[in-house]
Ligand binder design. Structure first.
Ligand SMILES: Cc1cc2nc3c(=O)[nH]c(=O)nc-3n(C[C@H](O)[C@H](O)[C@H](O)COP(=O)(O)OP(=O)(O)OC[C@H]3O[C@@H](n4cnc5c(N)ncnc54)[C@H](O)[C@@H]3O)c2cc1C
Length: 440
């Protein structure tokens, strides 16, 4: 016999757990279940070793447009408020200053223009010149050619987050719930079946039925969407990111300027959320033929989710044939070469710290997850951010960066949609949410 729940969530990363938390605390829905295939929550993209730990607002991410920065910052503020409220002892986060550094005349001019546009959105953001950069981060200036122009945007409030611990905190908030909230760990959903307005989920521990399904399974969400008959025109370009470990040379997060055509942040230097004594540099961007990094069982699902038709191949050729993308991919492949790879990567680090020795930077084995970038085979384009497929009484979220920063905003949007799926039998506690999260 299948067990029934009002809502079922597949995936116990930061997206699924944020949704579980909102459904429990801010709705009167009777029963919710979350399924996670690993023994612990948030072991894939949301684990602190797999991502850059940044709470993205859009102030130092120069590949974001003004509109994107506005929406990402609204979402990030929810996470910020949650951390300020529940993490006073800073087990889940740290606060470091952060900046984006422009190097050379072209970047400097672009950053000055960007500041004019973005300062209204981020009043705390300051444009700082060489002298001030040197005061804040002496090693950025030490040994740099005095004729090389530099300028930076700086803000004191950079949140660095352990999204695994945040996921655990969301779930622990549901422990005393008066509702039926069940979290099934170590339980893989193997496939799903749509029966009109309901779904049956088949796992290695039995089957489960629901009227509202939300799939927050990272790249795996696309597999479930296709099983239910949705998102046929979408494929995944899995882009892994490696991190490198260098000596402790920075006190702040230091981003560099990115080409706005690329959906990833350029290489940056970051203090770790928990550890001291070193600086993390990265991530790189390396195409990979698996849906989850270092999980060989996801190679077959990767090929199953690809589109093996003319528009699938045409999309791939169009995206990889674009000169900006091709150059970027080629450069990132070179970083994988034995012996010279790390030295080539070190050039990116020298842009931030000119005096750093190439030999002092080593690839961090086991660090860096993969970002499931979405390819729309109808338009033959690469999506710049998250993707969401909505079907009858079901949502499938695929969340590359900045999906962790926007976890509560996405969960809020999905909570409203789930209430619609359930014919508005239940309600959202709007006033309580607005009060707790300090929103209008
Ligand atoms: C290199 C890199 C750097 C990044 N940096 C940042 C950053 O600085 N800031 C930021 O906001 N974002 C960043 N991101 C993106 C961020 O990590 C993701 O957007 C976010 O973690 C996605 O969370 P999620 O819960 O949707 O997915 P995940 O954390 O991947 O969780 C999905 C969960 O679903 C489970 N699952 C999958 N299939 C099944 C199944 N069949 N049955 C049961 N469970 C299943 C998985 O085990 C997993 O726990 C980065 C990503 C990468 C790769």
């Amino acid at each position: 016999m299948a067990k029934d729940y009002d809502v079922i969530i597949i995936g116990g990363g930061v997206s699924g757990t944020a949704l579980l938390y909102l459904l429990d605390k801010y709705t009167d829905i009777g029963s919710v279940a979350l399924f996670e295939k690993e023994k612990k929550l948030a072991q894939i993209a949301s684990h602190s070793t797999q991502n850059s730990q940044t709470l993205h607002f859009g102030d130092i991410e120069t590949n974001y447009t003004f509109a994107k920065a506005k929406s990402v910052s609204a979402g990030a503020r929810l996470v910020q408020t949650y951390l300020d409220t529940y993490d006073k002892k800073k087990h889940m986060h740290s606060i470091f200053p952060k900046m984006v550094l422009a190097v050379g005349t072209d970047e400097v001019n672009r950053l000055r223009e960007r500041y004019k546009e973005f300062k209204s959105l981020f009043p705390q953001l300051e444009l700082i010149e060489r002298d001030e950069i040197e005061r804040k981060e002496p090693l950025i200036v030490k040994g740099r050619d005095p004729d090389e122009e530099i300028v930076a945007l700086w803000t004191p409030q950079g949140y660095t987050v352990d999204y695994e611990k945040l996921s655990q905190s969301f779930v622990s908030q549901t422990k005393d719930s008066t509702k039926r909230v069940d979290v099934f760990m170590d339980t893989q959903i193997n496939h799903i079946k749509r029966n009109g307005r309901t779904y049956t989920l088949y796992s290695d521990k039995g089957s489960f039925k629901t009227e509202a399904l939300v799939v927050d399974a990272g790249a795996m969400s696309i597999k479930f969407a296709k099983e239910a008959g949705y998102g046929e025109h979408l494929s995944i370009l899995s882009v892994a990111g490696n991190f490198y470990r260098g000596p402790e040379v920075l006190k702040s997060k230091v981003y560099t300027m990115q080409n706005p055509k690329l959906p990833f942040a350029a290489v940056h230097g970051d203090p770790d959320v928990h550890a001291t004594g070193y600086t993390r540099f990265g991530p790189t961007a390396l195409p990979l033929l698996m849906l989850e990094r270092r999980n060989w069982k996801t190679v077959v699902p990767y090929f199953q989710t690809a589109r093996w038709n003319f528009s699938g191949f045409a999309s791939l050729f169009k995206i990889t044939g674009d000169p900006t993308n091709a150059k970027y991919i080629f450069k990132n492949i070179l970083y994988e070469l034995p012996l010279i790879g790390s030295r080539l990567f070190a050039k990116n680090v020298k842009k931030i710290i000119p005096t750093i020795k190439s030999g002092s930077i080593k690839k961090d084995r086991g660090y860096g997850g993969t970002r499931p970038q979405i390819v729309n085979t109808n338009t033959r384009t690469l999506s710049m951010g998250e993707a969401r497929v909505e079907g009858q009484n079901a949502i499938f979220n695929i969340t590359p960066s900045p999906g962790a920063s926007t976890c509560l905003a996405n969960a809020l949007r999905d909570t409203q949609q789930v209430l619609k799926f359930l014919n508005r039998k239940y309600r959202f506690k709007t006033e309580r949410f607005k009060f707790d999260f300090k929103v209008e």
